[in-house]
Structures are given as structure tokens and as C-alpha cells.
Ligand binder design. Structure first.
Ligand code: 2P0
Length: 349
């Protein structure tokens, strides 16, 4: 019987607090600003990917949620697979006892257990899982930081899903090869285990303007983006890293909400404008703003990506109260369970 070369891994979704929006190099996927996210550790927001290499495969093939996706030559999938095969070839050259599998074609099968392309960062977990599955298949010794360089070529935000916890994507300055545009763990999840994310699915349909084309239009047309990348993000990155290190939730929350607001302002400043939030998204902002007004420091932070769904960051002791509040204003929402117990709609005391 011949050997089977196969590996299965999964990777989680990440939700940015400092948003990535804009590329300075389209083909290398180099961003116009650094970004920072929290990797969600819930089991129900993951991409699970199996990769198999076999001499009998005549081409590389990939299935996403059971449907075959075409691997276009020169496209992002093709780039990631080619780069991983290159690392395996280097590994085989340095380790002659290893089986020669770098030249085999691969079949890749990936499933998301959440709605694809609904502004829930499916490309982030998808490409991270793809790169990670191939690294396991090829038993590569590379660090998550090294692998993040390749995941980035699949989808920018994917580089951040190779780490858990709080993760920065440093924009880097090597414009020729992008060798320093990679992810870095700012703090593991265990540093601040009370940090939780409440996800409010406002609409799980596929979004109208893809991130890739939306950000292209922004880079070309928005003057506000230029202000954001030069004047705002660099100091915000430093401030949020310090807030995370010191576990100052109020500051973390304010920076996160301000950055979400500015990202959507930049989308509006794009010409023609891009709207990702809808009336329900804006109602949730109003609810969280009112809730935060009741205390000295913010206790909840909303953030929105390229879609209408809200992610609310909060510390464990406040999550139930916030879920109760959202359910109070949206009684038609699906049931919410925390710790196995159904959350009842209620206003805070
Ligand atoms: C982020 N988003 O930082 C931001 C916030 C959406 C809003 O990263 O073109 O799907 O594949 O590099 O990674 C969405 O961008 O775009 C994104 P590509 P990607 O999470």
C-alpha cells in the first residue's frame, strides 16, 4: 500500500479593532496601514481544511463548502499553494530523508461552519486554515509568523488568524518583496481571558461590495484615507497595544469604536460611496453608546467590518447584561445562550 499524505486543521475568524483597509501593493497584498485584531476562539466560527498530496492527482483542486472553486493560475489560491510547495521543496532539499512530495498535486477541501462572505471574515479563517493545513501536510518547521507571510497573499486579514489572542499585522516597509509585512502576537488569549466577543448577525447574506474592490476604490478616491493612514493609525496601534498590555478595557473599547467609526467614514468618503452598515447596525451603535453612558468607562465596544453585522467586545461579567439589552431592543432575534443558560431580554438595572 502506498503512503497517504494528508492533514486536517482548522483556523478561527479574527475581528479587527484597528481595521485594515487599503493596499499599497495589490499583488503582494501589502496594506496601507498596520492593523490589530482579536482571534475568536469559539468552535462555531472556524474554517476546517483537509489537504492531501498524491502522485495520482493530475491537477491541484479545491472545494469550498462542498463546491469546487477554480484555482486560477496567478490567483491567490494558486499563489498560496505554490508558495507552500516551494517551502516543502526547500525542506526536502535540506532533509534528504524526507519523502519527495513537493511535486505532487494537492486536493484541498475546506468548510466554514458560519455564513461565507457575510462580513464575518471567512476569507481570513479560510486562507489561514489552508496555509496551516499545507504546513502540517508538509511537516514544515516554519513559525506562524513565517506562515503569515503566505496567508497574507491569500487574503490580507488571513495573516492574523495564524495566531490566537491579540494579533497585530505590521504593515512593514519592504515594498519589493513584502518580507516584513507579517502578523505578530501582541498577547495570548490567556493574558486577558475575560475578553469576550458577542456576535450579532444582522444579515448573513453575501455582502454587496467585496473588500478587495471596495478598498481599491477607497485608495483611489478617499482623501480621508490618506489622513487615516498617516495621522491616525500609527498612534492608535501603539495606544491599543498598551491598553491590551495593561488590560485597560475602557481605552481598548474607545479605540476600537473610534476605529470602526473611521473605517465606515472612509467607506462613505469613497466615491461612489460604500455603505456596509444598515439601520439595525446603527441602532446597535446607539444602544451600546447609551449603555456606556451609564458608567464612567465604556463597558462594551462595537465594531463593524465590511458588512452590517455587529461584534461587541466586553468583559465576561458584563456580557450577559449586554446580550439582555440587545435582546430587549430586538425581541425577534434568535435565542442566545450563555453558559448553557438562555438569556432573557432585559434593561440594565
Ligand atoms: C479587517 N477587513 O482588518 C478589515 C476590516 C474588512 C474591514 O480585512 O483583499 O478580506 O483579501 O486582502 O482581508 C477585509 O479584507 O481583503 C478586511 P483582501 P480582506 O479585518
Amino acid at each position: 500500500m502506498s503512503n497517504v499524505y494528508q492533514a486536517t486543521t482548522s483556523a478561527p475568524v479574527n475581528i479587527a479593532c484597528i481595521k485594515y483597509w487599503g493596499k499599497r501593493n495589490e499583488s503582494l497584498i501589502l496594506p496601507t496601514n498596520s492593523s490589530l485584531s482579536v482571534t475568536l476562539s469559539q468552535d462555531n466560527l472556524r474554517s476546517t481544511t483537509t489537504a492531501r498530496a498524491d502522485p495520482s492527482f493530475t491537477t491541484d483542486r479545491l472545494w469550498l463548502n462542498g463546491k469546487e472553486d477554480i484555482i486560477k493560475p496567478g490567483g491567490r489560491l494558486h499563489t498560496c499553494i505554490t508558495e507552500m510547495k516551494r517551502l516543502r521543496a526547500e525542506f526536502e532539499a535540506a532533509n534528504p530523508d524526507q519523502p519527495k512530495i513537493a511535486s505532487f498535486n494537492v486536493h484541498i477541501c475546506s468548510f466554514n461552519n458560519f455564513p461565507t462572505a457575510a462580513g464575518l471574515a471567512s476569507s481570513a479563517s479560510g486562507f489561514a486554515a489552508l496555509v496551516y493545513a499545507l504546513s502540517r501536510l508538509y511537516v514544515l518547521p516554519h513559525s506562524p509568523e513565517d506562515l503569515s507571510l503566505i496567508a497574507r497573499r491569500g487574503s490580507g486579514s488571513a495573516c492574523r488568524s495564524l495566531f490566537g489572542g491579540f494579533v497585530a499585522w505590521d504593515m512593514g516597509s519592504d515594498d519589493a518583496t513584502g518580507s516584513d509585512s507579517k502578523a505578530r502576537q501582541v498577547a495570548p488569549e490567556s493574558h486577558w481571558p475575560e475578553m469576550e466577543a458577542l456576535i450579532c448577525v444582522v444579515n448573513d447574506a453575501k455582502k454587496g461590495t467585496s473588500s478587495t474592490s471596495g478598498m481599491q476604490r477607497t485608495v483611489v478616491t478617499s482623501a480621508l484615507l490618506q489622513h487615516r493612514i498617516s495621522e491616525v493609525v500609527p498612534s492608535r496601534m501603539a495606544e491599543i497595544e498598551r491598553a491590551i498590555a495593561d488590560k485597560r478595557f475602557g481605552d481598548f473599547a474607545e479605540i476600537t469604536m473610534r476605529d470602526s467609526n473611521q473605517f465606515h467614514a472612509v467607506a462613505l468618503d469613497t466615491y461612489p460611496p460604500i455603505f456596509y452598515m444598515n439601520d439595525v447596525s446603527r441602532a446597535i451603535i446607539a444602544i451600546i453608546t447609551e449603555y456606556n453612558r451609564l458608567s464612567e468607562q465604556p463597558k462594551a465596544a462595537y465594531t463593524y467590518d465590511a458588512g452590517p453585522n455587529a461584534v461587541i467586545y466586553a468583559l465576561t461579567p458584563n456580557v450577559r447584561e449586554i446580550a439582555q439589552l440587545v435582546l430587549y431592543y430586538f425581541p425577534q432575534a434568535e435565542k442566545v445562550f450563555i453558559g448553557g443558560k438562555e438569556v432573557e431580554a432585559a434593561l440594565p438595572e
